[in-house]
Ligand binder design. Structure first.
Ligand SMILES: Nc1ncnc2c1ncn2[C@@H]1O[C@H](COP(=O)(O)OS(=O)(=O)O)[C@@H](OP(=O)(O)O)[C@H]1O
Length: 286
C-alpha cells in the first residue's frame, strides 16, 4: 500500500499530534480500507495494543491483524488487553481462550485492583454495586484496570472495537483520536455497520461468542446485558443497560473526570461512615 508521504513518519506519542494533524490524517484514513488502516497503524503507531471484550468488531479486527502478521511472516503483531470485570458470561471467557488458541496472540488480562474473584469483589463492595453506584462500579472494573494496564505495559496506542453505527456517544467517532491522558486510540472499523462486520466474521470463519447464535448482538457483563426477545435485538446495543439512560461503561469517557467522580464518591462514603460512627458513639455515651 503506498502511504501518502505526509503520513509516512513514525509517531512517538499522542501529545505530538495536533488537532490539525488529527483532522488531516482522519481525512486520509477515511479513504483506506480497515486492512490498510491497520497496516498503517502497525507501522506508525507507538506501543500498540488491541483492547477487546471479544465483541464482533474486535474479533474481525483480530483476524485482520492476524492476516497481516501471516503475510509478513511474523508472530501476531498486536497483543491483546482484556479487562476481566469478574461478571463476564462464561461464553465470553471461553471465547477469550479460543481466540488465544486460534491466533496464538499474547493476551494480558487485568482484573479489579482489590479482587481476583467475584466473591472477593462482593465481600469488599456488596453484591450489586452496579445498581447502588454505577460510576464507582465502572471505575473499579473497567476504568482503573485499563489505566493500570496502560501504565504497566507502557501502552501508547490502543485499537478499539467502537463503530459509528453503534450510535449513542459513538455516532461521530473519528478513526484516530487522542484521549485526555494522551493515549492514542484507533477505531479501524469506525465506518463499518453491523452487517459488514458479521459478513466478515462468517466469510473468514472467525471464532465468535456462542451467545450471538442466541440472538445477542452486543455482550458485556451478564447483569447488564439483556437476553434478546423472541424477535432478537433490533438495535445493535439495545440489550446493554436496557431501560437505562446509560450506554457506555466509562472506558471511553474522560479518564480524569471519571477518576475525580470516583474520588468524590469515595470521600462522601467515608464522611457518611464517620458520621454514623460518631452518632453511634454519642448514643452509647448518652
Ligand atoms: N472488558 C473489556 N476489555 C477490553 N476492552 C474492552 C472491554 N469492554 C469494552 N472494551 C473495548 O470497547 C469496545 C466497545 O465495547 P462495547 O461495545 O462492549 O461497549 S463498552 O465499552 O462495554 O461500553 C470493545 O470492542 P470489542 O473489541 O469489539 O469488544 C473494546 O475495544
Amino acid at each position: 500500500m503506498p502511504i501518502s508521504t505526509q503520513f509516512n513518519t513514525q509517531i512517538h506519542s499522542g501529545s505530538e499530534l495536533s488537532k490539525e494533524y488529527l483532522d488531516n490524517i482522519n481525512k486520509y484514513l477515511w479513504t483506506l480500507s480497515p486492512n490498510e488502516i491497520l497496516t498503517w497503524a502497525i507501522d506508525h503507531l507507538p506501543n500498540l495494543y488491541q483492547t477487546t471484550a471479544f465483541g464482533l468488531t474486535g474479533l474481525a479486527t483480530l483476524d485482520m491483524i492476524n492476516k497481516i502478521s501471516i503475510e509478513r511472516e511474523q508472530a501476531h503483531m498486536v497483543p491483546l488487553i482484556f479487562l476481566d470485570t469478574l461478571y463476564h458470561f462464561d461464553e465470553t471467557l471461553e471465547l477469550a481462550q479460543r481466540c488465544q488458541d486460534t491466533y496464538n496472540v499474547p493476551l494480558r488480562v487485568f482484573k479489579p485492583m482489590d479482587a481476583s474473584t467475584t466473591a472477593e469483589f462482593e465481600r469488599e463492595h456488596g453484591t450489586e454495586l452496579w445498581k447502588v453506584d454505577e460510576d464507582t462500579y465502572d471505575y473499579l472494573v473497567k476504568v482503573e484496570p485499563a489505566r493500570r494496564a496502560y501504565e504497566e505495559l507502557d501502552v501508547k496506542s490502543v485499537i478499539t472495537g467502537r463503530r459509528r453505527s453503534q450510535r449513542g456517544d459513538r455516532e461521530n467517532i473519528p478513526i484516530l483520536e487522542v484521549d485526555d491522558t494522551g493515549l492514542i486510540k484507533l477505531n479501524p472499523l469506525a465506518l463499518w455497520d453491523f452487517q459488514q462486520v458479521w459478513t466478515y466474521i462468517r466469510a473468514n470463519e472467525v471464532p465468535y461468542n456462542a451467545l450471538i447464535d442466541q440472538g445477542y448482538k452486543s455482550i458485556g457483563d451478564h447483569h447488564s446485558t439483556k437476553a434478546p426477545s423472541a424477535h432478537g435485538q433490533e438495535g445493535e446495543r439495545e440489550g446493554r443497560w436496557a431501560g437505562q439512560q446509560k450506554s457506555e461503561c466509562g472506558l471511553h469517557k474522560d479518564y480524569f473526570k471519571m477518576r475525580a467522580a470516583f474520588m468524590a464518591a469515595k470521600k462522601k462514603r467515608q464522611e457518611q461512615e464517620q458520621q454514623r460512627h460518631q452518632s453511634a458513639a454519642a448514643m452509647i455515651t448518652a
